[in-house]
Write a protein of this length. Structure first.
Length: 390
């Protein structure tokens, strides 16, 4: 009965904490949702049901329910060293996948801070030293799991969705490793030293993922801002081959939806950006006079650059990207279909020249199409002659 009452008390306090007021993450999510719905009038972005956020055990991170059973038959300090080691190995295999152990428990986190752990004080010091080397992997796993769950919400946009999916792929490989280690442990073949040996290659991977997640959270990055941080971090890891290859993989994955928007803009003059992630923003203006008058208002206000959404690797060609889409859009608005014949898929690479050349080709085509349109259909030469005579 006492255990049941304790469980009820914890459930009640947890429910109260979730309903007492909005948390910082919830406030940010609501602000993003309101901003996007204001932009897409009549077509609100989809939302997950409330229970997706209110049920802590739906994610792979530590929850308040995971430590409800704390009954330990014997203090670990009273056990022989081999028995202590076996118990701690079992605990670590739980901790590494986001579940509290008997002698090692996760501490509650405030906001997005790094996860910390409480290790039984009676544990032998030689064992505790090795445990403290392994626990950073579990802390990183917790950070990455929280990040991928949060950024999978619709409000955070396609770039963060793609990044979260790529991170999940890496976490899945990590979970396979833990499963293999658990199999060894069940056979009695996994000592604490072996666990440390097998987990070391993963330590750096999880550390890099957690560092990226923390930086993106701190900067509240979306769209182009996310890609800028990933790109800069990729170059920052020059000399660290493992970390750079990891960041390159993540940046390629995250940039795919952004480049899809870019391709549609520079090849067809269309902006399809439901989550406000792209560097070019469309403003709804009246189109009635476009066929009669290419005025300054159209050029200056219809499409504008959003500075914070320009990826750092496209900063040099941002103006050219804006002009390319504008040229094609003018021709499209006048009833002519335009599709760049040199259209190719743009893929992120550390060699920026590869996609810069593609953008320059698209710019050249758009300039030619607009000039031909003005010369042939709008009789630009005749108008210039008239102005000269006047």
């Amino acid at each position: 009965m006492q255990e049941l009452e304790e469980l009820r008390r914890q459930l009640g306090s947890a429910t109260a904490s979730t309903t007492s007021g909005p948390q910082p993450v919830e406030i940010l999510r609501k602000r993003l949702r309101d901003k996007l719905n204001k932009k897409n009038v009549g077509q609100p972005i989809p939302v997950f049901p409330h229970w997706m956020y209110e049920r802590p055990t739906l994610i792979g991170d530590f929850s308040y329910l995971s430590n409800t059973s704390t009954d330990v038959s014997l203090p670990i300090g009273s056990l022989p060293l081999p028995t202590q080691e076996a118990a701690i190995v079992e605990d670590l295999l739980y901790i590494l996948i986001g579940v509290d152990g008997r002698y090692i428990t996760a501490q509650p986190t405030a906001g997005r801070q790094m996860r910390s752990f409480l290790v039984d004080l009676n544990l032998d010091m030689s064992i505790k030293e090795l445990v403290n080397r392994i626990l950073p992997v579990a802390a990183s796993y917790s950070t990455v799991t929280r990040f991928t769950e949060e950024k999978s919400s619709f409000e955070y946009g396609q770039v963060n969705h793609a990044l979260s999916a790529a991170m999940r792929t890496l976490v899945k490989e990590y979970m396979i490793l833990i499963t293999q280690l658990e199999h060894l442990q069940r056979q009695g073949l996994l000592s604490l030293q072996k666990l440390w040996f097998y987990i070391q290659p993963t330590l750096r991977t999880m550390e890099v993922l957690a560092s990226l997640a923390s930086s993106l959270d701190k900067g509240e990055c979306l769209g182009g801002a996310t890609l800028s941080l990933l790109h800069d971090r990729t170059f920052g890891y020059t000399g660290d081959t493992q970390a750079q290859e990891l960041c390159l993989y993540l940046t390629k994955a995250a940039s795919a939806p952004y480049f899809e928007i870019l391709e549609k803009w520079i090849y067809r003059g269309i902006v399809n950006d439901p989550y406000s992630e792209f560097m070019v923003e469309e403003h709804k203006l009246q189109k009635e006079k476009i066929q009669e008058d290419y005025n300054d208002k159209y050029w200056d206000q219809r499409y504008t650059i959003v500075q914070q959404q320009i990826p750092s690797f496209l900063q040099k060609v941002a103006d050219k990207i804006l002009s390319t889409g504008k040229y094609l859009n003018v021709v499209r608005e006048c009833g002519r279909d335009v599709t760049c014949p040199d259209a190719k898929e743009i893929i992120y690479t550390l060699k920026e020249r590869a996609y810069v050349e593609q953008i320059e080709k698209a710019y050249g085509y758009a300039s030619k199409v607009l000039l031909d349109f003005l010369m042939e259909e709008k009789e630009l030469v005749a108008h210039l002659r008239y102005v000269n005579i006047y």
